[in-house]
Design a protein around this ligand. Structure first.
Ligand SMILES: [Zn+2]
Length: 268
């Protein structure tokens, strides 16, 4: 599932092609993929800006917004001419200059919403993991306030948004923190290390255009490269890069979680 680095890569590529284009029509080929919550506004507006909050992409129009979540397998594909749509095209946006944006989604869990206010969709989200709001201090304070397991807190999106299963496993390994550690009980210097590794890992992964495991592709149809740098994610049984003992898999926060029981310390 695309996480912050993949969605940020898509946002950066859409930013190169979409601003200034005027929508001529939006067709929901698979009706559930599109929800028009602002039907009183016409969709024939100009896209002025592309931003991202957590795993959501936000397209600013003249009066309203389109918000997209790629979920498992959503991919945006931009074409300067009128391409025919393939089997997996769920939403087709045509522009007045004859270019088009296709939303492809094999599993059909992805969504695009048309809304008057961004907060209708993202109102419950915590600050984005790369938002300048986060400092060593604000991050430590947020952890101190929680008795949740650290993996659950990082995945939950209501405290900090954008992280999913892959990057959470990698960041906790880099920080030497057991995924089931109770957030508040993690030693103070480890909380700061965790904060620093969130930034370092996400920045590096964005530089690699994210991770491609199955469907994720950039707007230009390219794969990400960060999957070549996984140290624990999907490495069950392989030697830990630090101590050479086997990487193990457990359930944490309802998700398959990969970690090294020797290098990652449990606090509770
Ligand atoms: Zn280890």
């Amino acid at each position: 599932m695309p996480e912050l680095p993949e969605v940020e890569t898509v946002a950066r590529e859409l930013r190169l092609v979409l601003p200034g284009l005027k929508i001529e029509s939006l067709t929901a080929i698979y009706p559930k993929s599109f929800e028009n919550r602002a039907a009183q506004y016409s969709l024939t507006q100009t896209i002025s800006e592309i931003s991202r909050q957590g795993k959501y992409l936000i397209f600013r129009l003249d009066n309203t917004f389109l918000i997209a979540h790629l979920r498992m397998t959503g991919v945006f594909s931009f074409h300067t001419g009128s391409e025919s749509t393939g089997k997996y095209c769920r939403v087709l946006i045509r522009f007045t200059d004859h270019s088009q944006l296709q939303f492809l989604d094999t599993r059909k869990f992805g969504r695009i919403w048309h809304v008057a206010e961004i907060s209708e969709i993202t109102g419950q989200l915590g600050k984005d993991a790369l938002d300048p709001y986060w400092t060593e201090k604000t991050f430590s304070t947020a952890l101190n306030a929680s008795r949740q397991g650290i993996k659950a807190l990082l995945l939950g999106q209501s405290v900090i948004s954008g992280l999913g299963n892959i990057y959470t496993d990698e960041i906790l390994f880099a920080s030497g923190i057991h995924p089931l550690s109770i957030s508040a009980t993690i030693p103070a210097r480890k909380k700061i290390e965790l904060f620093q590794n969130i930034h370092a890992t996400l920045r590096f992964a964005i530089g690699q255009m994210g991770s491609t495991i199955s469907d994720y592709r950039t707007v230009n149809g390219e794969s990400g490269n960060f999957q070549n740098y996984f140290r624990v994610y999907a490495q069950t049984g392989k030697p830990c890069p630090q101590c050479a003992r086997p990487i193990q898999r457990i359930r944490a926060a309802g998700r398959s979680t990969h970690y090294c029981p020797y290098c990652q310390k449990l606090s509770k």
